[in-house]
Design a protein around this ligand. Structure first.
Ligand code: ATR
Length: 278
C-alpha cells in the first residue's frame, strides 16, 4: 500500500513536516509520499477541499491559517480537537474525515521522554499563554494525571475560559503576567506557549525569570529559533530546559501513528532536527 499524506496551509514552503514524515516513512519501511498542498487566500477553500477529498489522500496535516477553518468540512472530531477548537491532523477513515489535534499529546510525549519525573510526583505547572497551543497542552497534561496546572496570560479572561474546561480534581488558578513573575518560584514546570520571543534575534521575553527556582523545568514551544531569550535566561539560572522542536517531532509522530498505526521512535531525529534549526 502506498500512503498518500500531505500538509495544507499557507505559507508552507519552509515547513519541516515533509522532512520529518519522509524520515518516518523511511524508518517504517512503508512506501508513500508527503506533499505540500498550498492553499492561498485567493483560492476557494471549499473547492480546494473538495479536490482533496476526491483525491482520496489517506491523511493530512493542517497548519496556519486553517486549523479552525477546516472544522466544518470534517465528518467527526476527536475530543482533544473539540476541546482545543483546532485541528492539525485529518485522518481519512473509509472516506470520512476525522479531525485530531496532536499538538498537546505530542508535547506531553516529548516532555515525558526527557523528564519522566514530571509525571510521577505532584508537579506544579504554570502555562503561559491562553491560545490554541495552551488549550491543547492543558488538556493533555490533565489526561496524563497532572492536577495542579495554573495559567498566566496577558488577558486573564482567555485563561479563565481554558480553566473552565478543566476536569474534576484539577486545580487551576488564573494569573496575570506580572503576578506570575512574582510567584514563579512556586512552580516545578513552566511552559511558554505564546509567540513572544519568536522574532529573529529578539530580546523579547514574555515574563522575567528573576524568581525562578533553579530546580524547575522551563519549556518554550517556539522551535524557530531553536533557543529563545526565555530559555537562555532559564539555562543561565541553572534550570532544566525543554526545547520546542521536541513538540514538532512528537506531534508528527502521533499524526503518523494515526495515519499508519506505526509509532516510530524519535531517536536521533531530535539531534538531526536541532542541527537543521541551528
Ligand atoms: P496559538 O493558537 O498559536 O497558541 P494564539 O491563539 O494567537 O496562538 O494565542 C496567542 C497567545 O499569545 C495568547 O495567549 C496571547 O495573549 P492574549 O490572550 O492576551 O492575546 C499571547 N500573546 C501574543 N502576543 C503577546 C504579547 N505581545 N504579550 C503577551 N502575550 C501575548
Amino acid at each position: 500500500m502506498q500512503f498518500r499524506l500531505g500538509l495544507i496551509g499557507h505559507p508552507i514552503q519552509h515547513s519541516l513536516s515533509p522532512w520529518i514524515h519522509n524520515q518516518f516513512l523511511e524508518k517504517s519501511g512503508l512506501t508513500g509520499t508527503y506533499s505540500l498542498i498550498e492553499i492561498t487566500p485567493e483560492d476557494s477553500f471549499t473547492r480546494e477541499l473538495e479536490k482533496l477529498k476526491s483525491s482520496g489522500l489517506h491523511g493530512f496535516n493542517v497548519t496556519v491559517p486553517y486549523k479552525q477553518k477546516i472544522i466544518p468540512y470534517l465528518d467527526q472530531l476527536e475530543w482533544k480537537a473539540e476541546v482545543t477548537g483546532a485541528v492539525n491532523t485529518v485522518v481519512n477513515q473509509n472516506g470520512k474525515w476525522v479531525g485530531y489535534n496532536t499538538d498537546g499529546t505530542g508535547y506531553v510525549r516529548g516532555l515525558k521522554e526527557q523528564y519522566p519525573s514530571v509525571f510521577e510526583a505532584a508537579c506544579k505547572v504554570l502555562i503561559i499563554g491562553a491560545g490554541g497551543a495552551a488549550r491543547g497542552i492543558y488538556q493533555a497534561l490533565i489526561a496524563e494525571g497532572l492536577s495542579y496546572i495554573d495559567i498566566a496570560n496577558r488577558t486573564t479572561e482567555s485563561a479563565e475560559a481554558i480553566a473552565q474546561k478543566g476536569s474534576d480534581g484539577v486545580q487551576t488558578n488564573v494569573l496575570g503576567l506580572q503576578e506570575a513573575e512574582e510567584v514563579l518560584g512556586h512552580y516545578n514546570l513552566i511552559i511558554q506557549t505564546t509567540a513572544v520571543g519568536m522574532k529573529p534575534n529578539t530580546e523579547e521575553q514574555i515574563i522575567s525569570l528573576e524568581q525562578l527556582n533553579e530546580d524547575s523545568i522551563v519549556s518554550d514551544i517556539i522551535y524557530q529559533p531553536l533557543t529563545t531569550k526565555f530559555l537562555q535566561t532559564a539555562r543561565r539560572k541553572g534550570a532544566h530546559v525543554h526545547y520546542g522542536h521536541t513538540m514538532l517531532l512528537y506531534q508528527a509522530q502521533y499524526a503518523f501513528q494515526l495515519w499508519t498505526s506505526y509509532n516510530i521512535p524519535i531517536g536521533d531525529l531530535k539531534q538531526q532536527l536541532k542541527t537543521l534549526l541551528e
